[in-house]
Design a protein around this ligand. Sequence first.
Ligand code: 5GP
Ligand code: MN
Length: 338
Amino acid sequence: MIEQNILEITAELSRAENIVIVPHKGPDGDAMGSSLGLWHFLKDKGHHVKVIAPNDYPEFLKWMPGDEEVIIYEKEVEKSDKLITEADIIFTLDFNDLSRSGQMQESLKASESVFIMIDHHQEPADYADYTYSDATMSSTSQMVYHFIDKLRASKNITPEIATCLYAGIMTDTGSFRFSSTTSLTHRVAAELIDKGAKNSEIHNNIFDTNTESRLQLMGVALQNLKVNQIYNTAYITLSQEELDAHNFKKGDTEGFVNYGLSLKGVIFAAIFIEHKAEGIIKISFRSKGDFSVNKFARENFNGGGHINAAGGRSEVSLNDTVVKFNKLLPEYKDELTK
Ligand code: 5GP
Ligand code: MN
């Protein structure tokens, strides 16, 4: 984002009364952390601002300051559409294509407001008036910090803003261990701690609120783990029946896919989760090194994401999806076995 854009955005902000912030569908820690961090910042500046999430998200994200003010589009369509129509500025956070806003996409497309994208996914679509896109960034939450800094307003970062942004950076970097974590990421995290983010408490709020049934479901997932030594690949399946038997709630399977990647030698991991109600298999992919799961998900499973973390979906049965996956591996032999 060049300096000229920041001047224009500053002018847009000074005119704007109503602002809407939209994270991606199936919001994760970074989507909610960046949205709520920006929400506090704009609200404190005196704007009338709402976060509208396309759909609901896990309990372990619902402790963030300001969460009680978030509107879930699926639950309040009419009210949300009115806010979208009346918005002077719409920020879209942590996604690169309007299709990632799910059911909201039609209302967003119809809106005449100024769109500002802040996002760290590759290949941003061209819908925004201002596109702040940087795939080298650890997280959108880190970018919101830089955005506030570019507006010369980092002195206005409150403990609430710091807490939300820190939570987003921490979750999207796998607690600062993914290769997207740079020295700059750590500098931003340090600044946020100085501004009031209580790092240990935040970690506790996100990771140490398990239920027994979730840990038991993790046991099932680990029992179902299959390893393909030839292609350095591991995958996990969870059927609807298995989810139902363990009182599955949104977010319960978060992080399971990473266990495949923790196996020595494995560079490609996947988890296939059956969603009977939607008639799909939701898939998460993770990789180490330069095997691009973004490319793999785009080419084969109608998805996308980042080089080392992506997702997609399949509309055939769980079994057929796994068969398809295994048949695809030889096509990627060179990249998986070097
Ligand atoms: P997760 O596996 O945690 O759901 O998602 C990992 C990454 O892939 C996230 O950055 C997410 O935005 C992206 N992603 C997940 N599912 C999809 C999908 O269906 N389509 C696209 N384009 N990206 C996805
Ligand atoms: Mn993100």
